[in-house]
Write a protein that binds this ligand. Structure first.
Ligand code: SAM
Length: 219
């Protein structure tokens, strides 16, 4: 098969947005704009770039995956990202979700537990022109206290429950988008802190790699 060109990727990107996002339930113009703009092929290993716009998760090494575009879009839409929102992402992985959030004008703090992936996410973001995200190596189940409180927390790995410190580190009227359940299958939740009450809404069923940490699954 011939190598794919920038034009091929651009065509595939538009088709992905039409077929996988807009024909489903992604209606936010800001989200659609970001998915049209960010070059997902730059966040995949060289030999998997041909899958950049396919409707399935792709391996990024270290036993981890980049979620399918639709799930990233759904989480981003549910988070209701706004200009200058302070966002904590747990699970940097390839850096793609961070890049989408930076494109949307958010101030992004991203925590990753695997050194090689933290470095990969940093490199990928830089290569794609996203230079403002702050990355940290650590256990995201404990949040990132230094920069708290956050408007939004997006957890991109499956937790057994909502980690307590994440709940503490969001602002009043803040929200967390997080997959919660057992390791095989989870519910994607939108959790809001309203007048110090916690309001949970189920978005859909999902399957993520496990969140491993002190207030999550054991290794
Ligand atoms: N958001 C990523 C992207 O756009 O490519 C995909 C993330 S992948 C589905 C989940 C990531 O969560 C993995 O990179 C994994 O190493 C990371 N992870 C798991 N437990 C973690 C923890 N306690 N703290 C930080 N990262 C964690």
């Amino acid at each position: 098969m011939r190598n794919l060109t920038a034009d091929d990727f651009s065509e595939r990107r538009k088709e992905m947005v039409n077929v996988q996002l807009m024909c489903r339930d992604i209606y936010s113009e800001k989200v659609i704009g970001a998915f049209l703009a960010v070059k997902r092929e730059l966040f995949l290993p060289e030999d998997s770039r041909k899958y950049a716009y396919e409707d399935f998760p792709v391996s990024i090494g270290f036993g981890q995956t980049i979620s399918q575009p639709y799930i990233v879009a759904l989480m981003t839409q549910a988070a209701d990202v706004f200009e200058r929102a302070k966002i904590l992402e747990i699970g940097s992985g390839s850096g793609y979700q961070s890049a989408i959030l930076e494109y949307m004008g958010a101030d992004v703090y991203s925590v990753e537990r695997i050194q090689g992936l933290k470095e990969l996410a940093e490199q990928n973001c830089r290569k794609a022109g996203f230079t403002k995200v702050k990355f940290k190596l650590g256990d995201g189940s404990l949040g990132w206290t230094e920069h708290a409180p956050y408007d939004i927390v997006i957890v991109t790995a499956a937790a057994p429950h909502i980690p307590k410190k994440l709940m503490i580190q969001i602002k009043e009227n803040g929200r967390i988008v997080i997959p919660v359940g057992d390791p095989a299958v989870q519910d994607l939740l939108l959790v809001r802190k309203i007048n110090n009450n916690i309001v949970e809404e189920k978005i859909c069923g999902c399957r993520f790699v496990p969140l491993i940490g002190e207030d999550a699954w054991e290794r």
